[in-house]
Ligand binder design. Structure first.
Ligand SMILES: CC(C)(COP(=O)(O)OP(=O)(O)OC[C@H]1O[C@@H](n2cnc3c(N)ncnc32)[C@H](O)[C@@H]1OP(=O)(O)O)[C@@H](O)C(=O)NCCC(=O)NCCS
Length: 174
């Protein structure tokens, strides 16, 4: 077994508190230093609440997965199917809405194992493509996706508080 082989574990309703804490912490860790604090709080006060996480967990077309390394949560993934996709809602497509690895575990192929899991899920379901949205200034994630065969095919506006940002939409055809 390679040294950083993770266990990918589906998050259940009972994991809501852990999931909320991890997702909020990683969001602020990565995007806090690059954005206005009030806009971060405005966005997080809607996106990262107990109620929102429970609604997402209960949705049969959304799935969360933890990346576990030595019993510690080191990353997570959110997949959207069918009408849970934030755009297109194509039955033959899978959206990777979120993929985060905690900073101290970057560059250890943990993100890769999560993304491979997402792509394998879509292949098993005989989907046509995997897609995602990524902030145009997130050069690190864009590099990671390009390295994995994703290409930009469109863009959309994303509102962080009152800051209008541009997300690139990237897809990998299967
Ligand atoms: C993007 C992210 C998930 C990548 O995870 P990671 O665990 O650090 O990346 P990995 O170690 O799995 O990288 C896997 C491969 O991609 C390559 N890669 C990673 N980042 C890269 C980059 N910026 N440019 C080119 N290649 C890159 C690695 O070199 C590695 O290649 P190899 O298999 O040939 O050795 C992680 O950096 C992260 O959590 N970022 C913050 C949150 C975020 O931005 N999420 C995306 C929001 S849309």
């Amino acid at each position: 077994m390679s040294p950083n082989k993770i266990i990918i574990q589906k998050a259940e309703m009972t994991d809501a508190a852990v999931l909320l804490d991890f997702s909020r912490t990683t969001f602020f860790d990565f995007f806090g230093p690059l954005n206005d604090a009030a806009n971060m709080e405005a966005y997080a006060s809607v996106a990262f609440t107990s109620q929102k996480i429970l609604t997402e967990l209960i949705n049969a077309n959304s799935e969360f997965y933890f990346a576990m390394l030595d019993d510690e949560v080191v990353g997570y993934l959110k997949l959207n199917f069918a009408d849970a996709q934030t755009e297109f809602q194509d039955e033959k497509a899978l959206e990777v809405e979120r993929i985060y690895v905690s900073r101290q575990h970057h560059k250890k192929h943990i993100g890769q194992q999560l993304l491979d899991f997402a792509v394998d899920t879509a292949v098993k379901k005989q989907f046509e493509y995997v897609w995602l949205g990524v902030w145009e200034h997130n050069a690190n994630a864009i590099g990671f996706y390009r390295h994995n065969g994703f290409e930009v095919f469109s863009s959309h506006e994303f509102l962080l508080g009152d800051d209008k940002q541009t997300d690139l939409l990237m897809k990998r055809v299967l």
